[in-house]
Design a protein around this ligand. Structure first.
Ligand code: UGA
Length: 450
């Protein structure tokens, strides 16, 4: 099938590359012409594992191409995936102006019927407005647009794997034809007729993927409800961590054993600095806003959001307690990305931590395997080091903010020799407290006995 993808960010690029790998002919576009030029020249503007290899092979086979001419992308394909940003507005709702712009462009430029798929995360009832905009701006209403919602459940860092091994594919439609077209698009994945770009021949067996057809409103709600539920789980785990600290229990033991009940599940119960990134914080906010708009009080989700905001305060509380005075101290921050295996720093807890340390007069030295150049662009008042041991040199404290594998395996004996003081405040519970103390470190983390 000929498919166009509008928006070449984390969602659009992965979607485009994976659909091309699955056998479709994909044309990607973006209003950022520099980004398109980079992609045309063989570059990859974001870090996402396996994406570079995938793009390279699809470029070579001619299954993917890039254009900055949106009308070309609109006219070239039968199906258009909208993957533009829906950032938070000051009011709490999502800013849907990029979706609106794309809808009007599609309506004006299309010369034949199109399947228009919302992939961006949007509040429920956006599909209705999308359909209205497409009809209102199309030339005399002679072109028929079939609107569908196809929320993505890709995790940054494992997005390529997730695309080919989904737990479910959800499509929201208001006519059967759109549902069948989407089933056709996903057929290679549903029938597992693809070469796994992550594991190749050794791809482990995967359970059959349910293809769930719903109304458009339900599909939109499923996305917000899923992300918000996971956010609830994380905040719950964090409150348990606070309780453990007061009571003298170990949150790792409690959450692990609690999660062994399959009705609860062990995932998303990791306590620490809380959730960040461009999905959970904004989706929770938008879901609360949507609920308020329709007169439903989502108190439980508001509480989860409050708990999450307090994680940074709790972390800095530990820093203050350990360092006493922060002003003039040299602090090493390990990890800038909002989580491991990505270069994404949007709503990253590390950046808020850094901002508050700088405001207090600390000297901050930071390291990250992928996110330094992005962080530099928005936070120039930090010294950045590729090598974590350089960031730790003469540091009064090390703050662990992202659970990168290289930090999990860091040689703390070596680090201890270059630090001014053996003090680690771990926002991700990466290390065994006993081992750290054996090495002479003062070690603070979340929800584990001091
Ligand atoms: C999330 C969802 O997991 C995806 O299913 C969804 O498609 C995506 O949002 C989206 O809406 O686009 P992502 O934001 O990439 O994916 O990251 P997650 O792995 O879900 O982590 C989110 C945040 O929660 C991170 O800051 C992470 O550090 C934090 N987290 C996660 C915890 O604090 N504890 C946990 O146990 C798990």
């Amino acid at each position: 099938m000929r498919i166009s993808v509008i928006g070449c960010g984390y969602v659009g690029l992965v979607t485009g590359a994976c659909l091309a790998e699955a056998g479709h002919q994909v044309l990607c576009t973006d209003i950022d012409s520099q980004r398109i030029a980079q992609l045309q020249a063989g570059g990859v503007p974001i870090y996402e594992e396996h994406l570079d290899r995938l793009l390279e092979s699809c470029r070579k086979s001619g299954r993917i191409s890039f254009t900055s001419d949106t009308s070309e992308a609109i006219r070239a394909s039968e199906a258009i995936f909208i993957c533009v940003g829906t950032p938070p507005k000051g009011t709490g709702g999502a800013d849907l102006s990029a979706i609106d712009n794309v809808a009007r462009q599609i309506a004006r430029e299309a010369r034949s019927p199109k399947l228009v798929v919302e992939k961006s995360t949007v509040p429920a009832r956006t599909g209705i407005e999308l359909q209205r905009a497409l009809e209102a701006y199309s030339r005399g209403g002679e072109i028929r647009f079939r609107v569908a919602s196809n929320p993505e459940f890709l995790r940054e860092g494992t997005a390529v794997y997730d695309f080919f091994h989904p737990d479910r594919i959800v499509v929201g439609v208001n006519e059967a034809q759109a549902g069948e077209e989407l089933r056709e698009i996903y057929r290679p994945i549903l029938e597992r007729k693809f070469h796994c770009p992550v594991h190749g021949e050794n791809c482990p067996p995967h359970a059959e993927t349910p293809f769930v057809i719903t109304s458009i409103n339900s599909a939109e709600l499923i996305k917000h409800a899923s992300n918000s539920f996971l956010a609830l789980k994380i905040s719950y785990a964090n409150v348990i961590a606070d309780l453990c600290e007061k009571i003298g229990a170990d949150v790792e033991e409690v959450n692990h054993a609690m999660g062994l009940d399959p009705r609860i599940g062990t995932q998303f119960l990791k306590a620490g600095l809380g959730f960040g990134g461009f999905c959970f914080p904004k989706d929770v906010q938008a879901f609360i806003h949507l609920s308020e708009t329709v007169g439903v009080n989502f108190e439980i989700l508001k509480a989860a959001e409050r708990v999450n905001k307090q994680r940074i305060d709790a972390f800095l509380g530990k820093v203050h307690k350990a360092l006493w005075v922060v002003k003039g101290k040299k602090i090493a921050v390990l990890g800038l990305a909002f989580k491991a295996n990505t270069d994404d720093i949007r709503f990253a807890p590390a950046l808020e931590v850094i901002e508050r340390l700088l405001a207090e007069g600390a000297e901050v030295h930071a390291s990250d395997p992928q996110a330094i150049s992005r962080a530099k662009a928005i936070q120039p008042n930090v010294s950045y080091h590729e090598d974590p041991y350089e960031a730790l040199r003469h540091a009064d404290a090390a703050l662990v903010c992202t659970e990168w594998e290289i930090y999990r395996k860091l040689d703390w004996e070596r680090a201890g020799k270059v630090m001014a003081r053996r003090l680690v405040i771990d926002g991700r519970n990466l290390y065994a407290p006993g081992r750290m103390r054996e090495m002479g470190f003062e070690y603070h983390c979340f929800g584990r006995p001091e």
